[in-house]
Design a protein around this ligand. Structure first.
Ligand code: SAH
Length: 280
């Protein structure tokens, strides 16, 4: 597969906001540098419309951001180079390690063997890191968990490591669906995690979960909100990530969340994760 590598000149102050937009345009990988954002997208998904859209986004930020260069690269090359830069890392109580990287989990941490998607310079994105930091406060033994937009399956696997009885995970994307299935086997939690392909229509009828997790993005979260809320058990926990700080107020005030109390909100750079409890 051929990819387009874009080098975008843009101040660090606006890089996270731009990444949130580019993710929705299906850009795959991001490397943040001083005043520069390097990003990749499959060749067939990139055209004049995307160029124009990026131009418009950049024009909306102060400063003079622009597309500095555009080049076609073969998948193989950058993927291999990128893999070598990803190291195992401790995130909260978890030790997250790509299958290809050396390292053993320090005592007291839960090992998660996850090959990051070809996304983000450091391997695991802030939105995932925030979820992993919150999870130990939220997932208690013997709970049922739903993971909306499971991606690599990382949060579903983490939930089982924290003692969850059963996790129902789903993802609309075919690659993620298959990747999550492989990862639950590698991490030996396939007996407790069920993975489905699709969006909220694949959630079993009237099932309510003790914990509902969704690390997706603002627009999709808003689209799925009423469904996600209705599958959260009374007294249960609802946790959102993939949001920018600027999205926080809108979400907290949302009508669908009137029966929810915000318990905790944590941030890393421009990203924020919100932990709610359903009061009735
Ligand atoms: N939960 C993972 C992945 C987050 S990326 C983590 O925390 O790292 C968000 C995922 O949501 C992607 O894999 C994307 O395919 C999926 N997604 C986007 N829209 C969706 C929808 N409407 N229904 C289900 N999954 C969706």
């Amino acid at each position: 597969m051929k990819y387009i590598k874009l080098v975008i000149s843009v101040s660090e102050d606006y890089q996270d906001a731009l990444i949130a937009e580019l993710l929705e345009m299906e850009f795959d990988a991001f490397e943040q540098q001083d005043g520069k954002l390097i990003t990749y997208i499959t060749k067939e998904r990139f055209n004049d419309v995307s160029r124009e859209q990026i131009g418009r986004l950049l024009a909306a930020y102060p400063g003079d951001g622009y597309i500095q260069s555009e080049e076609v690269v073969a998948d193989q090359n950058w993927n291999e180079q990128w893999e070598q830069t990803i190291k195992a890392q401790q995130i909260g109580q978890f030790y997250v390690k790509p299958t290809w990287a050396p390292g053993t989990a320090p005592e007291g941490t839960h090992l998660l063997e996850i090959d990051p998607k070809m996304a983000f310079g450091t391997g695991y994105h802030e939105t995932t890191r925030l979820m992993l930091k919150l999870l130990p406060d939220i997932v208690t033994p013997a709970t049922s968990v739903m993971d909306a937009g499971t991606g690599t399956g990382v949060l579903a696997i983490a939930a089982v490591k924290l003692g969850a009885d059963h996790v129902f995970a789903f993802d609309i994307d075919d690659w993620s669906f298959r990747n999550a299935q492989e990862n639950v086997i590698i991490n030996e939690v396939d007996n407790r995690v069920e993975i489905a392909q699709g969006s909220t229509e694949v959630i079993p009828g009237n099932k309510e979960f003790d914990v509902v997790l969704a690390n997706i993005n603002r627009n999709t979260i808003l689209e799925l909100l009423s469904k996600l809320v209705s599958h959260t058990a009374p007294g249960g926990m609802f946790v959102l990530s993939g949001l920018l700080i600027s999205d926080k107020e809108d979400i907290i005030q949302h009508q669908e969340l009137k029966d929810f109390t915000l318990i905790q909100s944590i941030r890393e750079n421009e990203w924020v994760a919100l932990h709610f409890k359903k009061t009735n």
